[in-house]
Design a protein around this ligand. Structure first.
Ligand SMILES: *Cc1c(COP(=O)(O)O)cnc(C)c1O
Length: 391
């Protein structure tokens, strides 16, 4: 099918909820892909942080294909090896006690909220169910996670939202302390706000949040849906903040291109959910977990080192461009503030020149595959610099 037909049918049949770039991708390998007219693109987006190993990584594809051939799905009524293996790897690598598998980031966050509320209910009874999140956060698109998202424009149309969320200003401990009363059972935050504009939290602030949670016996939930799985140069971004939250949520990069979400729970929170309290039909699906197991096997110190080095290379290449006024983020999760240009327009121009980039608020956002080669990186940067330099 040619791309003109594809675009026409997309418009005709798919609900119009996305502003798409004018690009139909046919095929890809690592951080390079091509459209139906054989024009090549360098990918600095990873399908929004999902393709941690790039497009159709050979080991990932082989494991997924083999699993699909052997056993597609068994349901959570039976034991399933790929899921058990993945759980073992995640628990052994992160130091958490238990994991629950779902299908997406929003779903993982919903589960985390449930765990925080039930922990509190079991121990203190009702009346202690508020979750504090941060202004400018993003936690998902379900009714509860929309309300958890600390951005006003997500709180429209879909009333009534679930109650029990309160927003504190990021990096402002006083504001947080003011909002923390006896009704609070958890604090949920990203360490680098992704959709909110690639805004890293200050280390001192996050350490203080951790301490506040401990002192008040409330759940410290870190949403690592975007920052997790090597994205920032360590398996979890938490490691670089030197914190041990009660609950961490993962999704995007974990499956390497297949839908998965995970809730990691520490010892204290690991037995809050009892049989019947939570579930997911697709959660722990063997094919998805086979892919995630390959992603886990890539999570080595040497990969993390490369993620950091590639991040530095991007920063070094861009920092002296007059149009670039600042670069935020860690590892291969970077936000670029622009002087005059509009991020959306730069993203379109990049695409026309053979480079896929994302935006986050007013910034250009880069989330290249963790496995991007130096050559792909340089080709992409050349295009980005060209677009940022022409007037
Ligand atoms: C993308 C994202 C989500 C939502 O994940 P979905 O898989 O789209 O539900 C939640 N939290 C953060 C930090 C994200 O970046």
């Amino acid at each position: 099918m040619n791309p003109i037909d594809l675009k026409q049918k997309d418009k005709q049949y798919i609900a119009n909820t996305y502003g798409r770039f004018d690009l139909c991708i046919e095929k890809g390998a690592n951080a390079t892909c091509k459209d139906y007219q054989d024009k090549f693109y360098i990918d600095f987006t990873s399908g929004i942080g999902v393709n941690s190993l790039g497009f159709s990584n050979q080991k990932w594809y082989t494991a997924v294909a083999k699993q699909a051939e052997n056993l597609n799905h068994v349901s959570n009524l039976y034991y399933s090896e790929p899921c058990i293996t993945l759980a073992e790897k995640l628990i052994n690598r992160t130091g958490f006690s238990k994991v629950f598998f779902g299908n997406s980031g929003a779903e993982a966050n919903e589960g985390a909220i449930k765990i925080a509320r039930k922990y509190s209910y079991d121990k203190y009874g009702s009346g202690r169910s508020t979750i504090i999140t941060l202004v400018n956060s993003f936690h998902g698109r379900t009714i509860a996670t929309l309300e958890a998202t600390g951005q006003e424009h997500f709180h429209q149309y879909f009333f009534p939202f679930t109650e029990g969320f309160r927003y504190a200003k990021a990096n402002d401990l006083t504001d947080l302390q003011e909002k923390l009363d006896g009704s609070v059972c958890g604090i949920m935050c990203e360490l680098i706000q992704g959709e909110g504009g690639v805004n890293p939290m200050e280390k001192d602030y996050i350490k203080a949040v951790e301490k506040l949670c401990k002192q008040n016996d409330i759940a410290f939930i870190v949403d690592e849906v975007q920052t997790g799985m090597g994205r920032t140069g360590s398996l979890l971004c938490c490691e670089q903040y030197d914190i041990h939250p009660n609950i961490v949520t993962l999704a995007k990069g974990l499956g390497g291109g297949l839908p998965i979400g995970a809730i990691l729970m520490d010892e204290a929170y690991s037995s809050v959910l009892k049989p019947g309290d939570h579930g997911s039909t697709f959660g722990g699906n063997p094919i998805v977990c086979a892919g995630a197991n390959v992603v886990m096997d890539y999570m080595t110190d040497s990969l993390f080192q490369q993620v950091k080095e590639k991040g530095h290379l991007i920063r070094k290449s861009l920092q002296d461009i007059p149009e670039v006024v600042g670069i935020t983020g860690m590892g291969l999760m970077l936000g670029i503030s622009l002087k005059n240009k509009k991020a959306g327009e730069v993203a379109v121009e990049c695409m026309q020149n053979g480079l896929m980039v994302l935006t986050a608020k007013e910034k250009i956002r880069l989330l290249p595959p963790l496995t991007i080669t130096e050559s792909e990186l340089e080709q992409g940067l050349e295009i980005l610099i060209k677009v940022l330099t022409v007037s």
